[in-house]
Design a protein around this ligand. Structure first.
Ligand code: GAP
Length: 462
């Protein structure tokens, strides 16, 4: 195993043993491409969502939050092009019938499949004698629709066919008219949504990188067509600012301009934000200029006007759209890769997550130095109660000795450990009325008066 593979193994193992992320259905053998977020993973995820809403909705005047349904009917997804075209090239091993992504098999031998038709992929696989991973011949490449289909109610005619949405974006477009009629926004404005999306990936892989049940954080920003270039640049900067704010390793983040032949059918310009994961540089986020494709399609299929009239200029037009699209699960993976560290402290090896305090599951761990001194435990409990009431996600830890507690908190990324000790309660001692605060990344400690803790942590955690 090389270093990158080892790093990935360590992150996956940490996620399982410390309650961040579990394989879904593990008790029954596991379900591929689906994961459950455990207690710490859920806190981490919620912190990211809250920061995203704060930055892109609460701190702005021009963005509205939406929470649209996950199940979508066939009509809107036909209009958006997903029923007809949201597919990946699939190829089967003729002996085992196991299925593979044809484009991935080509990439693995250094052939770029981008822009190829499925017929060209079949030819290329054959000409280059590419076999399945089991060493058998491959059949013809065919399109495989990635949407998860379901049936509503008891009838099975086509009007009851529905899908789990493949992206949160379409929920925004189909609500354009409702938002215009209820909120009366002026262009430019954005609609932001965080939610689950589903894709029946042929080969889910790389932990939470390629999932079948994923979560997206998307903004559809409606603009006048003439301003698309400057808006695109603006949103590129916003996405970089976001990535830095949540603690991504910016040296590992790269903007990649996507050529015309490789862009989604709706996009007139796309930049992928690629991240250097341990398994290679791959897409983290996308920024796309979708033109007026979606609103025009939904207007055509629903026979409803989806336009905007500028009250000052009296100009009526279909707004164009800039779409910053951010996968939440990939954000979490990129954060974990950016934050995972190993070093030596007091002669012992340790691993820790250098998470920014804003995303860390627990901000502070409070403990009594010893468990068997009632007055120390009582005071620690009092400090814990006060800090918990003010800062919420803080934890109590009195297991084992204090060194072990530090290691445990380091491993899950808790930035501060507060310890109440003998000196805290010894009247006349220079440290009377203070606690020790130990910093995760450096291991350094300082004494802070209990009465100053609120101000101290307000500054550190905001
Ligand atoms: N609305 C545009 C859209 O959905 P996309 O590039 O297909 O575009 C957007 O997906 C983001 O969603 C990606 O940049 C990635 O972060 C995330 N994503 C897409 N497919 C994913 C999958 N199978 N597993 C995890 N995240 C995924």
């Amino acid at each position: 195993m090389n270093n990158d593979e080892q790093l990935m193994e360590k992150i996956i193992s940490l996620c399982k043993t410390r309650g961040f992320i579990f394989q879904a259905g593990e008790l029954y053998g596991g379900t591929a491409g689906i994961y459950d977020y455990g207690p710490l993973g859920s806190l981490l995820k919620n912190n990211i969502k809250n920061l995203w809403i704060k930055k892109f909705v609460e701190e702005r005047r021009d963005t509205y939050l939406l929470d649209s349904a996950i199940v979508m009917g066939e009509k809107p997804l036909t209009a958006s092009g997903h029923v007809g075209g949201f597919s990946d090239p699939l190829v089967s091993d003729v002996k085992t019938n196991k299925e593979y992504r044809a484009d991935h098999l080509l990439e693995e031998v250094g052939i770029n499949p981008e822009g190829m038709t499925i017929e060209q992929m079949t030819e290329s696989l054959q000409e280059n004698n590419i076999l399945s991973p089991d060493g058998n011949s491959l059949g013809e490449v065919r399109e495989f629709n990635l949407m998860l289909k379901t049936q509503l109610g008891s009838s099975s005619d086509s009007s009851s066919t529905a899908y789990l949405r493949p992206e949160t974006a379409q929920g925004i477009f189909v609500n354009y008219k409702n938002i215009m009629d209820s909120m009366h926004p002026k262009v430019p404005f954005g609609v932001a949504q965080i939610g689950k999306a589903y894709r029946n990936e042929i080969t889910p892989r790389n932990f939470i990188f390629r999932l079948r049940e994923l979560e997206q954080m998307e903004i559809e920003y409606f603009i006048h067509p003439e301003s698309w270039e400057s808006e695109f640049e603006y949103w590129k900067d916003e996405m970089n600012e976001w990535a830095e704010m949540i603690g991504l390793d910016m040296n590992k983040l790269h903007e990649v301009e996507i050529g015309e032949e490789d862009r989604a059918h709706y996009s007139e310009r796309t930049i992928d934000f690629e991240f250097e994961y341990p398994f290679g540089q791959k897409e983290l986020y996308g920024l796309a200029y979708r033109g007026d494709y979606d609103l025009k399609k939904h207007a055509e299929y629903s026979k409803t006007k989806l336009q905007y009239t500028d009250p000052q200029k009296n100009e009526t037009y279909t707004p164009h759209v800039i779409e910053p699209s951010m996968g939440l699960d990939r954000t979490i993976l990129a954060i974990l890769v950016s934050a995972y560290r190993e070093d030596e402290i007091d002669g012992n090896m340790r691993s820790y997550l250098a998470l920014t305090p804003q995303v860390a599951p627990y901000k502070i761990a409070v403990s009594p130095l010893v468990k068997n001194k009632e007055h120390i435990v009582e005071k620690a409990n009092e400090v814990f109660g006060t800090l918990k009431a003010e800062f919420g996600n803080i934890t109590w830890d009195d297991n084992g000795n204090v060194g072990k507690r530090y290691r445990r908190q380091d491993e899950i990324g808790t930035p501060f450990c507060v310890v109440v000790d003998y000196d805290t309660l010894e009247e006349g001692h220079v440290d009377f009325g203070t606690v020790s605060i130990r910093h995760r990344d450096t291991g350094e400690q300082e004494r802070i008066a209990i009465s100053d803790l609120s101000t101290y942590f307000t500054n550190k955690l905001s």
